[in-house]
Write a protein that binds this ligand. Structure first.
Ligand SMILES: *Cc1c(COP(=O)(O)O)cnc(C)c1O
Length: 428
């Protein structure tokens, strides 16, 4: 296994704490987040922004993992945050996160959400449609504010193919298209509406991307657009938000690119296009989510019955499943797994790891390499820090498990697990 896992006397250690000690203290299933990994990733993004742009803002895309503590950590590390709902915005506010460093996204924000964004003083509202621009200007007028706006643009790049393609018009519910003139119309609208202050443009080309070229191409397309905006309207917009989407390692088949390898070529494309189009360097923002928290997370489960079906497969049951990790059932996502207390044993078997929901598709993986497994063992699923807790559900009325943060041999609860009382608290 190429990934960095710490094993001591055969046992997986998380933030210096033996996995079995965490399971004994908090129970299973348990989400464990390693604080040093989160902070190291945040610092790596920040320092590469400094290296390649001198300034700029790294906004943590909090939909990947959202709770008060992650906003506190992001703030301590000097990051901004990207939010996509009133719930995320409210969580950030409750954590005391500086609102001027928040970007608010969404393809269909409600009036309540837009009002809250204005009232809280969110630094950038990323408008996704022409009707949203009008709504936002009206609300800002009613509230006696000027709304700071970025426009979400579809750069027409499909990164989710083996070799990325520049399609004419990608089919996406997000943003304004360049080819149809909709994006330029959005700019004219935003400049004309009385209560908007157009700060710049935004794009986000996808997620779990391992290639550098789609990011470079998106940066070039966006800078060319800023050049067109200046020519056609005279306005030179300051902000260029290039979104997130950097790939991480889930299994050994994944080869993530070091952050600097994206940032260098992308910043060169920005600089070259700025020079070519006679623009000043923009203020650059990026929005990594998965790449900050994904590899920092591990989920611990206790194994249940093993069912060997001769000539078919072996099922290994765990005490969680699609409720705490819906990524297999959603996208057949693959994860590396280890028996936490025999973590250095060779994986000479394969199992179908099944959850405990009443749903045949409730699996965490198929053909997962593991040593021979028994009932009542601790199983660790690696790289679950992103889009697990944040996508969790209460299907079958199972409470969402707790989240603990580990660091320097100590652990602390950062999200309580849901109790039976929590499950019925809203029932009338
Ligand atoms: C989801 C999302 C991100 C983060 O994507 P990751 O793949 O987690 O880095 C950033 N920006 C926007 C607008 C998003 O929707």
């Amino acid at each position: 296994m190429k990934r960095n896992v710490t094993i001591k006397n055969g046992e997986l250690q998380l933030g210096g704490v033996p996995a079995s000690a965490l399971a004994a203290e908090y129970g299973t299933p348990l989400y464990v987040m390693e604080e040093e990994t989160v902070r190291r990733n945040m610092r790596a993004f920040r320092s590469s922004m400094e290296e390649f742009y001198g300034e700029g803002l790294v906004c943590y895309a909090s939909k990947a993992f959202c709770c008060k503590e992650i906003y506190r950590i992001a703030d301590q590390e000097g990051l901004g945050a990207d939010v996509v709902s009133l719930g995320e915005l409210y969580t950030a506010k409750c954590a005391g996160f500086p609102m001027e460093k928040v970007c608010f996204h969404g393809n269909n924000k409600s009036e309540e959400e837009l009002r809250a964004a204005l009232e809280y003083g969110v630094g950038r509202i990323v408008a996704d449609s022409l009707s949203e621009l009008a709504r936002l200007s009206r609300l800002a007028g009613e509230m006696g504010r000027k709304a700071p706006v970025l426009l979400r643009i579809k750069p027409g790049i499909d990164a989710h193919t083996h070799d990325f393609i520049r399609t004419g018009q990608i089919d996406s519910k997000f943003g304004l298209a360049l080819e149809t003139g909709e994006a330029m119309e959005g700019v004219r609208e935003a400049l004309a509406l009385p209560n908007l202050s157009l700060r710049g443009v935004h794009c986000h080309i996808g997620s779990q991307i391992f290639q550098v070229e789609p990011f470079v191409e998106a940066a070039r397309v966006m800078m060319e657009f800023l050049g067109d905006v200046k020519e056609e309207t005279g306005a030179e917009l300051a902000d260029l938000n290039l979104g997130g989407g950097f790939g991480i390692r889930y299994t050994d088949a994944d080869e993530p690119v070091p952050f600097g390898d994206y940032m260098g070529p992308v910043s060169r494309a920005v600089r070259e296009t700025a020079e070519k189009r006679g623009l000043s360097m923009p203020f650059v923002l990026i929005e990594p989510g998965r790449s900050i928290v994904g590899e920092a997370g591990t989920t611990l489960y206790t194994t249940g019955p093993v069912k060997e079906i001769p000539g078919v497969r072996s099922y290994l049951a765990v005490d969680g499943g699609m409720g705490d990790n819906p990524r297999y059932i959603l996208y057949q996502a693959k994860y590396d797994m280890l028996p936490a207390c025999r973590a250095d044993e060779p994986a000479d078997r394969v199992y179908t790891v099944a959850g405990k929901c009443c749903e045949s598709g409730d699996l965490l993986g198929e053909n997962v390499p593991l040593p021979e497994m028994k009932e009542g063992e601790l199983l660790a699923v690696l790289s679950t820090g992103a889009y697990n807790y944040s996508m969790a559900s209460r299907y079958n009325r199972r409470g969402v498990p707790p989240v603990v943060m580990v660091k320097d041999g100590a652990s602390r609860l950062i999200v309580r697990g849901e109790s039976l009382e929590d499950l019925v608290q809203n029932d009338l």
